[in-house]
Design a protein around this ligand. Sequence first.
Ligand SMILES: Nc1ncnc2c1ncn2[C@@H]1O[C@H](COP(=O)(O)OP(=O)(O)OP(=O)(O)O)[C@@H](O)[C@H]1O
Ligand SMILES: [Mg+2]
Length: 372
Amino acid sequence: MAGVRLENVWKIFGEFEAVKDMNLEVKDGEFMILLGPSGCGKTTTLRMIAGLEEPTKGKIYVGDKLVADPENGLFIPPKDRDIAMVFQSYALYPHMTVYDNIAFPLKLRKVPKQEIDQRVREVAEMLGLSELLNRKPRELSGGQRQRVALGRAIVRRPKVFLMDEPLSNLDAKLRVKMRAELKKLQKQLGVTTIYVTHDQVEAMTMGDRVAVINQGVLQQVGSPDEVYSKPANTFVGGFIGSPPMNFMDATVTEDGFVDFGEFRLKLLPEQVEVLEERGYLSKEAIFGIRPEDIYDAFFAQVKVPGENMARAMVEIVENLGGEKVVHLSVGDLAFVGKFPAESRVKEGEELDIVFDMTKAHIFDKGTGRAVF
Ligand SMILES: Nc1ncnc2c1ncn2[C@@H]1O[C@H](COP(=O)(O)OP(=O)(O)OP(=O)(O)O)[C@@H](O)[C@H]1O
Ligand SMILES: [Mg+2]
């Protein structure tokens, strides 16, 4: 087994910089997610690790082995990297049985027949495909086909798995099930896995760590908890979480408030201390707070008038059954709260709301970088 390391990796197509100066270390046995919007460079990064694409600059290591170093003319082809890749459109061979589809990579490598048989049956058992070995792909459900594609990757026992949105062709329910199965399987096999998705729920639920990418630039790498509760910048704050974090232009006042013009909120002493140290007092900044950290005052534990409360107009209520997503406004200021199902909010009525200031974020107005 082996980890994967990217050092100052660039991919430039003509004039277009698809991946910019990427530094990323994936530990041995780790489940790493590459998360970001469409076109941000996820697939390109994965293809460079697989050896399907040569980086323009930088170094890529699989374990201790340098596999790409264009500046020194080094490029190890995919077949010698001991990596298995599972794509979004997993092409199974339609005329072959499940057994033969899984056995295929081993036959290519001229593994003895008896060993092939043993390994195929072992993998089939692991993936719950034992009863289906004689079927053809067209006789399988989408989820079963997906498992055959996984089986074909697993059976090789590679050092590293690369997966590019392998679940995106499945329906929502099957995706949830496969998500859990894949995570369990990865832990069981202990093989370093790099998994690409633009689905933040998939990223949060499956990954040991998540690498958030935007426009070819790595924004933050951290555990799901870290990227959720300590986003490095407004992009990460806005990309992770649903509905996304609220961002509001504010002035940080000398006496320790965030002032929105329409109303103001008192910052905690330790927050004021950090802001003072970093030179943000009496300056404009971006205030960030997640919808789940704005409460219907009726249900709030701690409410301090003039410090963490506001009276808001309820514009729209989206009832999701288990909770209510509520679009609120104070004057020209609009933001979203997430309230418990029991909340008696009504569209067109006013409501007292409470901001959980322990969960507040401040970002630099110019760079979008988090102060906290
Ligand atoms: N061979 C190529 N030539 C020129 N541009 C390319 C090439 N391959 C990718 N790109 C561009 O590089 C950028 C990153 O592409 P990539 O496929 O890595 O995105 P992605 O993050 O996987 O997106 P998606 O979520 O849509 O799959 C895109 O703007 C894409 O148009
Ligand atoms: Mg892609």
